[in-house]
Design a protein around this ligand. Structure first.
Ligand code: ZN
Ligand code: ZN
Length: 305
């Protein structure tokens, strides 16, 4: 285990907690913008931000759970908890989009009365700027620390920013033309865009949940490390990798001369395990030792030593 893992988890915890504070501030400003103007689109925007707080709370819980060390019930750790949060976020985005569509429909049927539009736009624009800066920070850190939940959080916030930009543009147009009907119409278009983002986040999480292999680049690095540290062994084959949150599980077969003692074979295994785990962050390696008649040069990712 690399020593920076604990620090990374602490930093992710802290950023997820700050996420909730930012979301509450944004909701307050967006709700004030709605109260000032009476715009259906601004009301929908505030509703979507409330959903943001709920998903941020889910992400916070999942991140705490995934940081828990392995135990008897979960001997491989709790890394995949972060995928649950990412999928929950996809569902929450779908609900937010539906809420906006319902509001837009009511606005279309019942008509919209707007007042003090300039002030409403100003409050919404301020909240949107803060949201955009925060979304960028979440995606940047989430990528850096390999946290799917943080990245999903940031992407979710970006859909919020897109919603707000659509709403502000609609209101600016309404202010210029006096066509109040544009307010619910553009809110509906933005709702469809949010649905699309939710769909993408959910499908991305699902493919990674199904034990996706490491990238070809990482697998090349693993083979190179085996090649330069496998002295004494004959071959490595059936190299399999699977990602689970920030953890990367690696296993392979190591062919050694059948007459080699267990002590010697174990020494090679320890050397290989340590050099891989030291080089590739979050990796955990298991090696299966075999005598030479089990050699399999055509095996998955085979390396001759
Ligand atoms: Zn084998
Ligand atoms: Zn051992």
């Amino acid at each position: 285990m690399p020593t920076d893992t604990h620090d990374t988890k602490t930093r992710i915890d802290r950023i997820a907690a700050a996420n909730i504070a930012v979301a509450f501030a944004v909701i307050t400003f967006k709700y004030i913008a709605y109260l000032i103007s009476g715009s259906v689109a601004l009301f929908s925007d505030a509703l979507e931000s409330i959903v943001n707080v709920m998903t941020a709370l889910a992400a916070f819980g999942a991140i705490r759970l995934s940081a828990k060390p392995a135990d008897i019930d979960h001997p491989f750790g709790h890394h995949k908890a972060e995928f649950l949060a990412a999928m929950f976020e996809g569902a929450m985005i779908a609900i937010a989009a539906l809420l906006i569509l319902i509001k837009a429909y009511k606005g279309l049927v019942e008509g919209v009365v707007l007042e003090r539009l300039g002030l409403g736009i100003l409050f919404s624009a301020g909240a949107t700027l803060a949201n955009a800066a925060w979304a960028w920070l979440l995606i940047h850190r989430g990528t850096l620390w390999r946290s799917p939940a943080l990245v999903a959080d940031g992407q979710h916030l970006l859909t919020d920013v897109i919603t707000s930009v659509g709403v502000i543009a609609a209101l600016a147009l309404v202010a210029l033309t006096g066509w109040n009907i544009l307010d619910p119409l553009i809110a509906a278009a933005v709702a469809l865009n949010i649905l699309w983002m939710g769909y993408k986040i959910a499908t991305e999480s699902m493919s990674r949940l199904l034990d996706q292999a490491a990238s070809p680049e990482i697998e090349r690095r693993i083979r190179a490390i085996i090649e330069s540290n496998g002295g004494g062994a004959l071959e490595a084959h059936d190299i399999r990798t699977r990602q689970a949150g920030r953890a990367l599980f690696i296993e392979f077969h190591l062919v050694v001369p059948g007459a080699m003692t267990v002590d010697e074979a174990h020494e090679i295994c320890d050397r290989l395990e340590h050099s891989i785990e030291r080089t590739i962050a979050g990796s955990e390696v298991v090696i299966h030792v075999e005598p030479e008649h089990k050699a399999k040069p055509e095996g998955l990712g085979a390396v001759q030593l």
